[in-house]
Design a protein around this ligand. Structure first.
Ligand code: BGC
Length: 771
């Protein structure tokens, strides 16, 4: 059985690779790792499992092997195909149907190999948690782990055994709707959250009956589509690939993820699911990954060229790296895809491709072996079914501990963007008006992946506020659009007809909570926007409410960083609440009335306006560094800063903190040595609150210029008024080394600057020399 404490095979991959497993040592995610945790953690193959896999592969017919590498969605599954030995099924969630299909696989297929049932449990199954971008804003790996654990528990109850999560795509693209699904713009933060989510999903061992196998996705560099348009191409240097996009995958694998999904997009012209370099050379060879790769949905078919005349005759085509279905199948399998999702070209053309020598039996056997290995590790042969009968499975949903965790997670994910004049927290004993298109909304609070969440499970913002401030009033103001397919009005809130009523409701109250933002249809897959401001007339609604003179707290719901330049001066207090999940209302009320003191920080920069995108804190320097005071440098002349309006790591509190006394344990260190950086944080205000202490480094002189700052440690601490703590981070070669364009991890001597503070603008500074 797989165990993280078991013997580790220390693959001799060298220091370069070791460094990729950045900072996964502690659950706190606060520190860079110690030497041991830096080593690749590929488990030794379990001889018992390998023998069973070999035996089974030896018994399989070619047709059974081709079925084993096939992964079908619900609507394509037939019982006959299950009898023939189908490998995996996605998106069936009805426990009775799962049990029956599994029974057929186990009892009626020739070899009785169980099916692997997979689903996108991204931020909860039935108990929906905040979107992952929000969960990342908690800067709290425990929260992310907990979310994944409850998602796995509920999913496993219906008979699922794999989730297509975590999504670990670093992104600098707020236009891209899928930025909502991962941890934002920083590779370190994404790595910490990826590891936490894998641990939450799998536990120590994904054969556990409440556990699922995790599948980090989308391998790789899916987060940087040109123009922010989903599925679009990406072109990047080796060093960028290795510095930004690969680390979170490595972190997920290092804590035991055994399946990976390849991406739709092409990298440098080479599609993610046909890419031998990323799938085989990096993932399988360099990293020693012995699990399986599933393709994304029809990504194999999409490698075909579209027909010149009626492209729509072929529903899935486009990349143009394969002439036809057989060529696409050969390309995918030979590149390293082991399981083909939705399209069935490997299954359909495998025999012909083998006969023609375009694929080898050796490679096909390898793919089958990888899938069977995961099925054995998952314990599916011993326990093919959920431990709950279908009728009982339903009773495992929305249990009180899961709902309480969702509320806590939502509260901890919220970011206090500004709070002029301490408008917040509001007084629950005063009369509160709850206004805005998202104020009494259930649907959107679930965000762009809602698993099996039901709108009716959601407690609205109004209801949450009304419970804590009885007698609260409500007005919608305007209505946003939930249209799936963009048409003339993709945004909604086009009419101000409801503004007068909203103003009246505001006037009659003492204070206003204004719930504005996006609908859930505006982010997530295939939902890119070219504007990042508040959709429709919401900014006008804010101004109208503001004109009443009542204290106004704006609560923003969104699946992405928004461009808030036009409203920032109209909104004295603003909370970014993301899409908080089933406990949206209670969590918003907790924060608005101060039961929970907000402590979240932005996991991605909020631009002034869309023309500034991409804007991210960990950018490279230029020969003309930004200087707003002079002309000849790198800047937008019409934007007052070269940073975002709200920068990475920014977030306020109802109390105040002082961060001081940054100290290094040593002024010099050997290239392969380590040192510690400690910093004091004190609560200088009069409420208990959370601060996220952040540690950044910069290598000011290197052979290739280095990002102006890189996050290398953080810790969220809770302090009572007057209380202080010293937080210590360990730095080592994984921190001061860097990737070059030949895929080598370089350790150079020289000065390293260390910054500590409470955002990416941290200003405490110390330096040390690497010898
Ligand atoms: C998405 C994946 C998802 C898959 C299965 C695809 O369209 O890109 O993230 O896991 O569908 O639902």
């Amino acid at each position: 059985m797989r165990s993280f404490t078991g013997t580790m095979r220390r693959a001799a991959i060298g220091a370069a690779l070791l460094a990729l497993s950045i900072g996964m040592a502690g659950e706190a995610g606060a520190q860079s790792s110690d030497e041991r945790a830096l080593e690749p953690t590929q488990d030794a193959p379990d001889p018992g499992i390998e023998a069973k896999v070999d035996r089974l592969v030896g018994q399989m017919t070619l047709q059974e092997k081709l079925e084993q590498v096939t992964l079908l969605p619900d609507f394509k599954v037939t019982e006959d195909e299950v009898r023939r030995g189908l490998g995996s099924i996605l998106s069936v969630t009805d426990p009775a149907r799962i049990r029956e299909l599994q029974r057929i696989a186990v009892e009626e297929s020739r070899l009785g190999i169980p099916l692997l049932f997979a689903f996108d449990t991204i931020h909860g199954f039935r108990t929906v948690f905040p979107i992952p971008l929000g969960a990342a804003a908690s800067f709290d790996p425990r929260m992310n782990r907990q979310d994944a654990r409850y998602g796995a528990r509920e999913s496993a109850a219906v008979g699922l055994k794999q989730t297509y999560a975590p999504m670990v795509d670093v992104s600098h693209e707020p236009r891209w709707g899928r930025i909502s699904e991962a941890a934002g713009e920083d590779p370190y933060l994404n790595s910490v959250m990826a590891a936490a989510r894998v641990k939450g999903t799998q536990g120590r061992d994904y054969s556990g009956r409440n556990r699922l196998a995790a599948s980090p996705k989308h391998f790789v560099a899916y987060g940087e589509p040109e123009a922010g348009r989903d599925y679009n191409t990406t072109d990047m240097s080796e060093r960028r690939l290795r510095s930004f996009y690969l680390p979170p995958f490595k972190a997920a694998l290092d804590v035991g993820a055994d399946t990976v999904m390849c991406s739709f997009n092409a990298i440098n012209g080479d599609p993610g699911c046909g890419n031998h370099y990323t799938l085989t050379e990096i993932l399988k060879q360099e990293w020693g990954f012995d699990g399986f790769v599933e393709s994304d949905w029809t990504a194999v078919a999409e490698m075909r060229a579209c027909p010149p005349v009626n492209p729509s005759d072929v529903p899935e085509c486009g990349h143009g790296v394969a002439e036809d279905g057989p060529a696409a199948a050969a390309r995918a399998l030979n590149a390293g895809v082991d399981s083909e999702m939705t399209s069935t070209f490997i299954r359909d053309f495998g025999q012909q491709l083998l006969a023609d020598g375009r694929i080898s039996m050796r490679r096909l056997n390898d793919a089958v072996r990888r899938i069977l290995r995961v099925k054995f590790r998952a314990g599916l042969f011993e326990h093919p079914y959920s431990r709950f009968q279908p009728a009982e499975a339903e009773q495992q949903m929305l249990l009180p501990d899961a709902v309480a965790a969702a509320r806590e997670a939502a509260g901890r994910s919220m970011v206090l963007l500004k709070n002029d004049g301490n408008v917040l927290p509001l007084d629950p004993d005063k009369k509160t008006a709850v206004i805005g298109p998202l104020a009494r909304n259930q649907h959107d609070m679930l965000g762009p992946w809602w698993g099996r969440g039901d709108d009716n499970d959601v407690v609205t913002v109004y209801d949450g506020i009304n419970r804590q401030s009885p007698g609260a009033t409500y007005a919608q103001g305007c209505q946003l659009s939930n249209t799936e397919v963009p048409h003339d009005d993709p945004e909604g809130c086009r009419s101000d007809a409801g503004f007068a009523e909203a103003v009246q409701v505001a006037r009659a109250a003492d204070q206003v909570v204004l719930a504005l933002g996006e609908t859930r249809e505006m982010s997530g897959e295939a939902n890119s926007r070219s504007k990042l401001d508040l959709p429709g007339l919401q900014e006008d609604l804010l101004r109208a409410i503001r004109a009443t003179g009542k204290p106004v707290a704006v609560v923003l719901f969104s699946g992405r960083p928004l461009a808030l330049e036009d409203i920032v001066s109209d909104a004295p207090a603003m909370i970014e609440a993301w899409f908080p999940g089933v406990q949206a209302g209670p969590a918003v009320a907790d924060v608005v009335f101060g039961r929970v003191n907000p402590g979240g920080k932005l996991p991605a920069s909020f631009p002034y306006r869309v023309g500034q995108v991409p804007v991210y804190y960990n950018h490279l320097p230029t020969g003309r560094p930004c200087n707003k005071g002079i002309k000849w440098n790198s800047q937008h002349r019409d934007i007052p800063s070269c940073d975002g309006l709200f920068v990475f790591g920014h977030g306020l509190s109802y109390t105040t903190f002082e961060i001081s006394n940054l100290q290094l344990s040593s002024a010099t260190v050997g290239r392969r040595g380590s040192l510690t950086a400690s910093v004091k944080v004190a609560n200088t205000g009069n409420r208990t609150g959370d601060e996220v202490v952040q540690l950044y480094i910069n290598d000011p002189v290197a052979n290739l210029s280095q990002p102006v700052r890189r996050l290398r440690g953080f810790e969220r601490v809770t302090l009572r008024p007057g209380q202080s703590r010293t937080v210590t981070f360990t730095l080592d070669r994984s921190d001061w080394g860097y990737w070059d364009n030949r895929g080598r991890f370089v350790l150079e001597p020289g000065r390293i600057d260390v910054y500590a503070g409470n955002s990416s603008k941290a200003d405490l500074k110390q330096s040390f020399m690497v010898r």
